[in-house]
Design a protein around this ligand. Structure first.
Ligand code: TNX
Length: 481
């Protein structure tokens, strides 16, 4: 079906305006809206016509998208935009007859704004690019050893004293409450729910820069010492800004009541400005915290989230705590072949009536290098080319019922990424692989590498039009137009 300046869009949903803007960015053609009863492109909502977030899309002489809800319509628009092509006779939509809805309700991406800070405009662009792949949750890693990135009224020194820098001494920053609300609202307009994370009880060196009484002295481990020497990075010093990226050296004071006043204030202030159901309280790599203390903290901190009316989320290590709050959702970041106690810890969330998000590090981690010589990224979880990112099955990693797996999240840790363009090179195209793992049924005929690589290659012109700095991995046959 040809797309020309006379093509009209009919439908009053916000998705109609988003479609018109996106077509203009891609083609330079500004479609008009139809004020009559129909248009060449028709956008409708018919509640219950598909599963939640689902849609149908027919492209013949006209294009008709029927969403089961606003999100479904938005996703139908994203698929339509993927079917836009230019040839010698101009712009056209490929023919289609699609009935589509997601396999998993949770399709997430994470952005680490603590190791390097990314301002509101960059986060919005990240939301644009990832929501176009039908991701519906944005997990913001808002605090770590290197910085605290969101203002908390009750503890103002966090952002006053512990937000100015990033890894390597790069500039830092933080979100005011108005900034944070702006991100949440923008994400909602793209059908993404924000999950704020405050990482506790480890990854808390920055808290000690602002409030020394809340944290223990750094506990150095052998890996940290060796890695810091190899990378020429400084070791953490109590009360001073930390500029390296070593992990496992910090802990809040588990046996001080003040610590729980702090956690309660932070969780309540976050809950108050977060419409989404979840608050993530971290829990990873608390290597310097004695196990019994860690478990006690996990139990108390998850209870505080429940008390604030939210569902706790935590990295899988917190599953070591016998009485972690019921219903806590664990985020598994072990490998696709679990090591050590990771699988057991993850399974405990399910025993406590919770569920799991799969972020298996050797396939979903967007901060791993594509190839040994890729200039950005780390290698500890493996070298992850696009095919490896694509070929895994989220229900096959752990010994829990399939129904306990809510979905997938792909994290981008930002130790090595200083700009949004660098983030995008690591995220695209591998986020598209996780998007498909999370969305498409495993038995779908097109759900295989040979099909995926061609379909993802066809997105190059769209990503270029959107200004996404994707990595042109040579496994993919990229289309010119
Ligand atoms: C492990 S994954 C971490 C992060 C690092 C990341 C780098 C996880 C829960 N913790 O602190 O940034 O590796 O890949």
């Amino acid at each position: 079906m040809p797309i020309t300046a006379t093509t009209r869009v009919h439908g009053s949903s916000p998705a109609a305006a988003q479609l018109i803007d996106a077509v203009e960015r891609r083609t330079g053609i500004r479609l008009s809206t139809s004020d009559g009863t129909s248009g060449e492109i028709e956008l409708l909502i018919d509640h219950g016509s598909s599963a939640p977030e689902g849609y149908t899309l027919e492209i013949g002489e006209r294009a008709i998208i029927v969403g089961a809800d606003e999100a479904g319509l938005f996703y139908g628009v994203q698929t339509l935009l993927q079917l836009l092509r230019q040839d010698d006779s101009g712009w056209a939509l490929l023919g289609a007859d699609i009935a589509d809805s997601p396999r998993f309700p949770r399709r997430g991406v994470m952005l680490d704004v603590a190791r390097h800070f990314f301002g509101v405009d960059y986060v919005k662009k990240f939301i644009d690019s990832t929501s176009s792949l039908k991701f519906n949750h944005l997990h913001l890693h808002l605090s770590d050893d290197q910085g605290w990135r969101v203002h908390i009224d009750a503890w103002p020194l966090l952002t006053e004293r512990a937000s100015a820098t990033s890894v390597g001494g790069d500039p830092g920053g933080f979100y005011t409450k108005a900034d944070y609300r702006e991100i949440v609202a923008y994400a909602a307009s793209r059908h993404m729910i924000v999950i704020p994370e405050i990482d506790l009880p480890g990854h808390t060196h920055a808290i000690g820069v602002a409030y020394p009484e809340l944290v223990e002295a750094p506990v150095l481990n052998d890996n940290l010492i060796a890695d810091s020497a190899r990378l020429g990075q400084p070791l953490p010093v109590a009360g001073e800004t930390y500029l390296g990226w070593g992990v496992g050296h910090s802990s809040v004071r588990i046996h001080e009541e003040r610590t729980y006043d702090f956690v309660r204030d932070v969780v309540h202030e976050l809950a108050e400005m977060t419409p989404g159901a979840y608050i993530h309280i971290g829990g990873d790599e608390s290597l310097g915290t004695p196990q019994a203390d860690f478990d006690l903290f996990a139990e108390r901190a998850t209870a505080i989230v429940v008390e604030a009316g939210k569902i706790p989320m935590a990295w899988h290590e917190m599953g070591s705590a016998t009485n972690i709050a019921e219903g806590t959702v664990g985020q598994y970041w072990g490998k696709t072949t679990p090591e050590g106690t990771h699988a057991e810890e993850a399974a405990h969330f399910v025993e406590r009536g919770g569920a799991l998000i799969m972020s298996a590090a050797d396939v979903t981690y967007l901060d791993m290098k594509y190839t040994e010589d890729f200039p950005l990224g780390l290698t500890w979880a493996g070298i992850i080319d696009v095919r490896s990112a694509y070929e895994w099955e989220p229900t096959a990693v752990l010994d829990v019922p399939d129904t306990a797996i809510l979905g997938v999240e792909a994290p981008l840790w930002s130790e090595t990424t200083r700009t949004l363009g660098e983030v995008e090179q690591l995220v695209f195209p591998r986020a598209a692989a996780q998007a498909e793992v999370a969305w498409s049924p495993r038995e779908a005929p097109e759900r295989g590498w040979e099909s995926f690589r061609v379909r993802v290659g066809a997105l190059a012109p769209l990503w270029k039009a959107e200004g996404i700095d994707f990595h042109p991995a040579d496994e993919i046959p990229w289309s010119a137009r």
